[in-house]
Design a protein. Structure first.
Ligand code: FES
Ligand code: FES
Length: 158
């Protein structure tokens, strides 16, 4: 076991890792940040997406030791400083972009990365960007509406 240190949600943190410890396990088991969900553990569902140095990454596809020193953001770091929901999180709530909520942390993290890269995406660009995030419940339409609303654009019609 080795101690692996990185910055998570603005704080320097350390947890014991083996070479095979995935970033998702580091966050959930090592740091107790269980907002990062694990749906498949095989890089398919997107429930585990976090930001690593500003980029959306499936945390089940990265070894923690390989990103020693990185700047990581998880869903726990997405709310405003006063604890209120971010504009994007609020838009998911307002537009019913979640049902069971299992995919939601990954959807929010991926959508935030998209909006950072492209603040005014088209509906097609939103759908294309979220292609790696699976949702069993919503049919995706309300998720797309939420992302469009968060970017201050007209939401797609029903
Ligand atoms: S748990 Fe990482 S992509 Fe499904
Ligand atoms: S809201 Fe249930 S999986 Fe997406």
């Amino acid at each position: 076991m080795t101690k692996t240190t990185m910055t998570v949600n603005g704080k320097s943190v350390s947890a014991a890792t083996e070479g095979r410890t995935l970033l998702s396990a580091y966050l959930r088991d090592g740091l107790g940040l269980t907002g990062t969900h694990i749906g498949c553990d095989t890089s398919q569902c997107g429930a585990c997406v976090v930001h690593v140095d500003g980029l959306a990454v499936k945390s089940c596809s990265v070894f923690a030791q390989d990103i020693e020193g990185a700047d990581v953001k998880t869903i726990e770091g997405m709310a405003n400083a006063d604890g209120s929901l971010s504009v994007l999180q609020q838009a998911f709530q307002d537009h019913h972009g979640l049902q069971c909520g299992f995919c939601t942390p990954g959807m929010v993290m991926s959508s935030a990365a998209l909006l950072a890269e492209n603040p005014n995406p088209t509906e097609h660009q939103v759908r294309d960007y979220l292609e790696g995030n699976l949702c069993r419940c919503t049919g995706y339409h309300n998720i797309v509406k939420a992302v469009m609303a968060a970017s201050d654009q007209a939401v797609p019609a029903e």
